[in-house]
Design a protein. Structure first.
Length: 185
């Protein structure tokens, strides 16, 4: 039977990788990706609403996002929200939809974004290591309280370490994929 501490640690390490993947979606790679608008919210009848809930977002060309609002009256609010966001993109409003042209990244900017990816990956690794530390502490407390034997403690510590190694390997793979996406022209 799997120990609940190990199961919880594995789950939390997986969530660290998932969070890294979500964070890396917001780093644009010179290609249109609807994910860059995930955190942009517009004022829709007094409520801040994600653009993805107010409009359909399509990718008609490799470097163009087309935002077509379900309610045409929200077009100006969406445009203002994109201007106010930190995306650095200028929306082009044609009266019924908004086009966002993603500029081609310079080599210098690509390398800068690759460094950002490494920083995000390092933060995710720290999270995984914190989960390992918490699990190890809990296991040692159980052993001191005579809930598990010393042999069980060593076996469970090995399982935690294997889960940690797998979690870090997963994070490295996610970061490597994103770096390759950024650095390939």
């Amino acid at each position: 039977m799997a120990n609940p501490i190990i199961t919880d640690a594995k789950e939390r390490m997986t969530k660290a990788g998932d969070a890294l993947q979500r964070d890396l979606q917001n780093i644009r790679a010179g290609r249109a990706n609807a994910g860059i608008l995930n955190r942009v919210q517009a004022d829709y009848y007094g409520a801040m609403t994600p653009i993805s809930q107010m409009a359909s977002i399509t990718v008609p060309e490799a470097r163009v996002l087309l935002i077509t609002p379900y309610d045409k009256t929200s077009l100006d609010a969406i445009e203002k929200a994109i201007y106010a966001s930190d995306l650095g993109l200028t929306p082009s409003n044609d009266g019924s939809s908004i086009r966002l042209v993603i500029p081609q990244l310079t080599e210098e900017r690509r390398k800068e974004l690759a460094k950002d990816v490494k920083g995000e990956a390092e933060n995710a690794k720290v999270s995984v290591r914190n989960v390992r530390r918490d699990a190890m502490d809990t296991l040692k407390k159980q052993q001191k309280a005579s809930e598990i034997t010393e042999d069980d403690l060593h076996d469970l510590e090995d399982q935690v370490q294997k889960a940690t190694d797998a979690g870090i390997k997963n994070i490295d793979a996610i970061a490597k994929d994103k770096e390759e996406e950024l650095l390939n022209i």
